[in-house]
Write a new protein. Structure first.
Length: 89
């Protein structure tokens, strides 16, 4: 299992942590890196199908499958570390 492609992300539901399997789909262009983090379907801990992260505007931007942009919180922190790992790899 490659940490570049697969990981478990922690979601908190009712204060309890739940590990959700996830994998990445990477698109690397000359100007930016775009990573789609896809969560295992039918997982009670998350209502999200995926999060897309990119650095097209000079900073790390994340958008959920529901169209909500975010830049803070536990999910952002976990995906940022993964994104950074992919970017440096």
């Amino acid at each position: 299992m490659s940490l570049r492609e697969n990981r478990h992300i922690t979601f908190y539901q009712g204060g309890e942590p739940t590990l959700v399997p996830a994998h990445s789909q990477i698109e690397n262009t000359r100007t930016a890196l775009k990573v789609k983090f896809v969560f295992e379907p039918n997982t009670a801990a998350t209502e999200l199908e995926y999060v897309i992260a990119d650095n097209e505007q000079g900073y790390i931007r994340m958008v959920t499958s529901k169209g909500n942009q975010f830049n803070a919180g536990s999910l952002f922190d976990q995906l940022y570390v993964w994104f950074d790992y992919i970017m440096k790899g």
